[in-house]
Write a protein that binds this ligand. Structure first.
Ligand code: FES
Length: 128
């Protein structure tokens, strides 16, 4: 199976690099996607961003994907971009994060999950 994911460069096997510039990973897990959140839950945030990305003509370069639980449920709905977690999102806030990252608007670093909030949450990744 690994061989199927490799390419041959200069006679050497090398892993394939993912051919997209950016990935927005929107959590649609049980709590980020809780129906109690109505249209501000993960699946609607994903649909909003995916549609917006396509409308902006970036589909060939940017992927908006769903992921299941990120074990950051206390802070959701969550989205990860370049390893950075954005939390407490709505469709509008996720669009603002996208705009800031893609240069269409001001950065929304204020929507990043803080270290203090992360440490106060219930994630198994919290080091005690
Ligand atoms: S359901 Fe989204 S982090 Fe757990």
């Amino acid at each position: 199976m690994f061989a199927a994911l490799t390419g041959r460069i200069g006679g050497l096997e090398s892993p394939m690099n993912y051919p997209f510039e950016k990935q927005f990973l929107v959590c649609v897990g049980g709590r980020c996607g809780n129906p109690d959140r109505g249209i501000e839950r993960g699946e609607f945030i994903h649909a909003e961003l995916k549609g917006h990305n396509k409308k902006m003509g970036r589909k060939p370069l940017v992927r908006v994907c769903t992921v299941s639980c990120l074990d950051l449920c206390d802070h959701g709905p969550n989205m990860i971009v370049d390893g950075v977690v954005y939390s407490h999102l709505t469709r509008e806030l996720a669009r603002e994060v996208y705009a800031g990252i893609m240069g269409d608007g001001p950065p929304r670093d204020d929507l990043q999950l803080s270290e203090d909030e992360f440490r106060g949450g219930g994630s198994a990744a919290v080091k005690k």
